[in-house]
Write a protein that binds this ligand. Sequence first.
Ligand code: ADE
Ligand code: ZN
Length: 353
Amino acid sequence: MDNFAGGTAAPETEPVAVEPEVPTRLLPVAELHLHIEGTLQPELIFALAERNGIALPYSGLEELRARYEFTDLQSFLDLYYANMAVLQTEQDFADMTRAYLERAAAAGVRHAEIMMDPQAHISRGIPLDTCVNGVASVLATSEEDYGISTMLIAAFLRDLSEESALEVLDGLLAMNAPIGAIGLDSAEVGNPPSKFERLYAKAREAGLRLTAHAGEEGPASYIIEALDILGVERIDHGIRCMDDPDLVERLVDARIPLTVCPLSNVRLRAVDTLADHPLPAMLAAGLNVSVNSDDPAYFGGYVDDNFTQLEAAFELSDFDKARLAANSIHSSFASEERKAELLDELNSGEVTH
Ligand code: ADE
Ligand code: ZN
């Protein structure tokens, strides 16, 4: 009051600059390339180890995190499979799935197609229904609980035999597992898609949707095999298509979705740095690419982190970001009704991701 009355005294406090409250809006996306076992965060690995009385070969979080320096896909897979030892009970699989959905919701994910590796659990003596039911029990209510519609994808390990994959697919079908698709993952080079022709024929017959990792470390010819021999609808990764201009033209013409995982490609040294990633060239070529996190606990980020780091590395326009989000929705195996709902959501607001 004195200040107003006297007119000359200095104000007692500095005026506070108030930033206008701009409501931020996450870009609604579909995550199409995500391994649920790759969402096991170090803290959860230690918590589950303690709950299950499992001795880990690391003294603590620091020592575990120090191992997240990968030289290639195999160096990651070795740690990824080793850490699965902590997954023992349905509850463990459920807790891991809940943790992912909670984080994914914060990243703007509105639909998620989630791969799991049943063979990696069966080979450790974990029954098929334990791993499937643990994950599926959480996915069953994911839309109500997290606003994320979901589909479970059974992924098969390509470094194992086709017989093993067929046996597990039979088991999944016999238990009427709530899976909507199959995928193919693990060590790519030397394990071409053609090795799994009968598996994919059987899955197609069973009415399952089809996707496969191809062209991550392996050559462009593996992408061609996945399309021609396995009949997949979608390619996981696919970045090596850029080595083959005829293949790029084919993928563009057929609008084949490529579920690209930029941070994964950097961490597994498929590309030298994010600035060297082919994503901008893929977009410019007209390829149907989406941005996904692959194994976010291991590669330094979820879908939102992938977008943020891409923005820092490239001048991605709002238009490009919206295109990537729309591609993810169009490329999903969600119902036409759900896709329309998510596209409406995407088109109704300003992009701030
Ligand atoms: N399993 C989990 N992540 C994978 C990846 N990026 N490539 C192949 N197999 C995987
Ligand atoms: Zn993957």
